[in-house]
Design a protein around this ligand. Structure first.
Ligand code: PLP
Length: 362
């Protein structure tokens, strides 16, 4: 009765709850820097908008997110019909996979990158070509191009990339997109675009003017601090958006999520302030790492990937000391916290590295 495609998959493991961790280690406070949530919270306007909104619990929400759609269309200079909203980008990734992938197809993605691309390809019966990032943590675009074959349906580009924080420049992405055949969907996941300060970073929306096969993803979970409301969106050509819309459950965005997202969107000042502080703390963090000779990838997001041996042990040590961070195969990913928290964490991390992995990994 079980589906063969799911054999190799495991359910998402959230780990112990914050309360459980506090109990296990006897901690009063835990700083959560493992999921790239906005450490500065959300715009105060969100709370006001929700409090003043009529709840209407018995009615289904607006199936088309009309108010939010029109505001985004105005701000981004894109036709309202070219948007599609989801219960977080997580759901958009599900819907794209559902709409485009069948058994025998394949997708191409970087490694490491956002795990959900792989997970949902697997569920749809498609295979995944994982192309290792280069030594600087960037997508290896030439190897990704070489991997395209007649069964390739989607190429996922996460820019900036989660978990490495690195990015493809406009020149690199331009030349990549020009070389991908028009029957392969290129998905640009720009979950972290608001944090970017690099001048040569490409805004994926520009490709929509000429390329029907490009789709851009954005979310309210990170820079806008609305992870709990689960709302994200795709922007693309009419052809592609209409196709994905066929598999979307009609009332997938709760009314309050739409209200919250609209209020957050209108408060540029709050978002800009988060981005400014994030940059300040990144500078402090990299100065510390440079001084200690701890290797890391340059980041354009609200997290940083630090290359260490024994990432599991190091994450565990940080957890015992009240900081949740994320362990990967070749290092740890840390959400850029508030300044004081980050200072404390960096010293704990330094101590952990000296204890468990005194030789910096190459
Ligand atoms: C966080 C994240 C998402 C999912 O965001 P939600 O909108 O909260 O579902 C998608 N892609 C990347 C790269 C992310 O880091």
């Amino acid at each position: 009765m079980f589906k063969k495609n799911l054999e190799d998959l495991k359910a998402y493991n959230p780990g112990p709850s914050l309360e459980e961790i506090k109990q296990i280690y006897g901690l009063k406070r835990i700083v959560k820097l493992d999921s790239n949530e906005n450490v500065y919270g959300a715009s105060p306007n969100v709370r006001k908008a929700i409090a003043s909104d009529v709840l209407l619990p018995e009615l289904y929400p607006d199936c088309r997110d009309q108010a939010l759609r029109l505001e985004l269309a105005k701000r981004l200079g894109i036709e309202p019909e070219h948007f599609l909203f989801g219960t977080g980008l997580d759901e958009i990734i599900v819907l794209i996979s559902r709409a485009f992938l069948s058994t025998g197809d394949n997708i191409i993605m970087a490694w490491p990158t956002f795990y959900e691309y792989y997970c949902h390809a697997q569920i749809e019966g498609a295979t995944t070509k994982k192309i290792p990032c280069d030594q600087n943590g960037k997508h290896a675009i030439n190897a990704m191009l070489d991997a395209i074959d007649a069964s390739t349906k989607i190429i996922w580009i996460c820019n900036p990339n989660n978990p490495t924080g690195t990015y493809l420049t406009a020149t690199e992405l331009d030349s990549f997109i020009q070389r991908v055949p028009s029957n392969v969907l290129i998905v640009l996941d720009e979950a972290y675009i608001d944090f970017v300060t690099a001048e040569d970073f490409p805004n994926g929306l520009k490709y929509l003017e000429t390329k029907e096969n490009v789709l851009v993803l954005r979310t309210f979970s990170k820079s806008y601090g609305l992870a709990s409301f689960r709302i994200g969106y795709a922007v693309g050509s009419q052809r592609v958006i209409d196709e994905i819309d066929k598999v979307r459950p009609p009332f997938n965005n709760p009314r309050l999520s739409q209200v919250a997202a609209l209020a957050a969107l209108k408060d540029d000042q709050f978002k800009d302030e988060c981005v400014r502080k994030n940059n300040e703390v990144i500078a402090m963090t990299t100065a510390f790492l440079d001084e200690k000779g701890i290797p890391y990838f340059n980041t354009q997001a609200n997290f940083i990937f630090i290359k260490v041996d024994e990432p599991q042990k190091i994450a565990e040590f940080c957890r015992k000391n009240g900081f949740l961070i994320n362990a990967f195969q070749t290092g740890v990913r840390i959400t850029i916290g508030k300044k004081e928290d980050m200072k404390t964490l960096l010293n704990i991390l330094d101590q952990a590295i000296k204890t468990f992995a005194p030789e910096p990994s190459k």
